[in-house]
Design a protein around this ligand. Structure first.
Ligand SMILES: Cc1cc2nc3c(=O)[nH]c(=O)nc-3n(C[C@H](O)[C@H](O)[C@H](O)COP(=O)(O)O)c2cc1C
Length: 382
């Protein structure tokens, strides 16, 4: 069977029928894995756990959800990183893991504010190494009842924000006013860059595509992603983290043996080629990009980048704009060096400026939420 025939079969949904038809389609949603989105804010009455139940919905690399929280009281807690949830091949210094923890802290702060509390966040209170994370705290969290706190409108988008990997609408450009909103959403601690314009736009499309191809062709890096794939409902419910490949079609392809981990890791296979095609479509139809830079690259800068990305993604959601981080060119393992150099050459002005996040933008069909571990599984006994 050649690739064209394979795609036709996948498209015709005959594989779904082979796997069980309509009844099969109706039962493929991993309902438990999505409950944290439905239950956010409603399971707990104390402000700390209420705020944390929103924070666990933060974007984070490969959906590893590396947060672990030790509760000290209803208004005090310590955030650490679960060192079993790192990404050593693609994120050797855990820079991206820390960015994800920054996203978590921003959601925590927004949720606290919504309840009338000021979140006091002290990051790396015992210091931190930039080479490797250890079990020292990422942040000390406390909540102080505040008199007059203006609600932040970004909080309203927390449950609507999702990383959108769909193809973007080629015919719909992004207005300068919309890009300006993204600049305004971030704090003054970072530098936000955007483009919706022809020359740089095409450079970045090709850069993100080539870096992703480069990652797929680097066995250790690609294998790290494959091991974290959860294919189909049962795998997603058992491990509501990692890269979830859900939905009736992908699950049917798995059941009929057309989608396997071995196939995904073999450059000669159809699944691998389909992966390359999807990357090409995704990257080359980016209608704009946003990037977040910091001066220096210490752990505090990485947290600030995460907090800013969180705000930028929420603001994009407000404007109906889809966002997908395209991180490969910013990663620090050797195969990414040529892309890293180009990204920094194009997107920075100063020698110690660092591009922490790069994401594509556009208008697209909306997507649903990604699985999460419930908060209670991420709480550590004190
Ligand atoms: C630092 C960081 C890097 C990320 N890099 C990528 C990426 O390269 N490609 C991608 O599709 N998603 C990327 N993501 C998005 C995550 O995969 C996503 O947040 C996670 O799967 C949870 O899904 P959600 O954002 O829809 O809640 C990244 C997120 C963060 C915070």
């Amino acid at each position: 069977m050649n690739r064209r025939t394979f795609l036709k079969i996948a498209g015709s949904a005959s594989v779904i029928v082979a796997a069980g038809g309509v009844g099969f389609v109706a039962t493929r949603t991993p309902t438990d894995a999505l409950k944290p989105w439905l239950k956010a804010g409603s399971l707990y009455s104390d402000p700390m756990r209420r705020s944390l139940s929103y924070a666990i919905l933060a974007p984070n690399p490969h959906n590893r959800q590396p947060w672990l929280v030790e509760l000290k009281s209803d208004t005090e807690a310590v955030l650490t990183c679960d060192l079993d949830r790192l990404l050593p091949a693609t994120d050797p210094f855990s820079r991206q893991i820390v960015i994800g923890l920054g996203c978590f802290l921003e959601l925590f702060s927004l949720a606290a504010r919504d309840q009338g509390y000021h979140a006091v966040i002290r990051v790396f209170p015992e210091g931190g190494s930039t080479d490797a994370l250890d079990d020292r705290p990422i942040a000390h969290l406390s909540l102080a009842k505040a008199g007059e706190l203006m609600p932040d409108p970004l909080f309203a988008q927390v449950l609507n924000r999702h990383t959108n990997r769909n193809p973007y609408d080629e015919g719909r450009a992004i207005g300068d006013d919309i890009l300006q909103h993204l600049h305004e959403a971030a704090s003054a601690n970072v530098r936000v860059g955007t483009t919706g314009q022809a020359a740089r736009l095409n450079d970045l499309r090709m850069l993100t595509r080539d870096a992703m191809f480069g990652e797929m062709k680097t066995p250790e890096a690609h294998w790290e992603s494959i091991q974290l794939m959860r294919i189909g409902r049962a795998e997603i419910e058992a491990n509501p983290d990692g890269i979830s490949l859900g939905g009736p079609l992908l699950e049917a392809l798995k059941l009929t043996g057309m989608l396997t981990r071995e196939g995904l890791s073999d450059p000669a296979s159809r699944s691998f080629q389909m992966g390359l095609d999807m990357i090409e479509k995704g990257a080359m139809i980016s209608m704009g990009f946003v990037w977040i830079n910091t001066l220096g690259n210490d752990r505090t800068a990485q947290i600030e980048a995460g907090r800013a990305y969180m705000r930028v993604a929420l603001r994009a959601t407000t404007d109906g704009l889809a966002v997908q981080p395209m991180s490969q060119a910013l990663q620090e393992y050797p195969a990414m060096a040529p892309y890293y150099e180009k990204a920094h050459d194009w997107l920075t002005d100063q020698p110690d400026e660092r591009v922490q996040m790069l994401a594509r933008l556009g208008y697209a069909k909306t997507v649903g939420p990604a699985p999460r571990w419930p908060l209670k599984t991420r709480l550590k006994a004190s």
